[in-house]
Design a protein around this ligand. Sequence first.
Ligand SMILES: [Zn+2]
Length: 93
Amino acid sequence: MGFEYVFLVVLCGIATGAIGRAKGGSFFIWFLIGSVLPLIGLVAVILYRNEITEPERQCPTCGKILKLYVQVCPRCGTDLYLPDPDETRMPPG
Ligand SMILES: [Zn+2]
């Protein structure tokens, strides 16, 4: 218990936070989880992926990428309906 332990915890926190952020979560929250529960947090963030993944589609008017559940485009105000399957895509990563 000493510097090495603290270093390992911080390293796990950063790794967990970075993965969480890459998956659309909060770096800070995942950093805390990864620091408090070093290896468990890291496993959790790796498994976290599919549960937050939402289909996306593109606004036909301004081209902004929006989640499928968004009904009015926040950029241009276009009313959006359920699009053709061809126009939806899963977010990368
Ligand atoms: Zn729009």
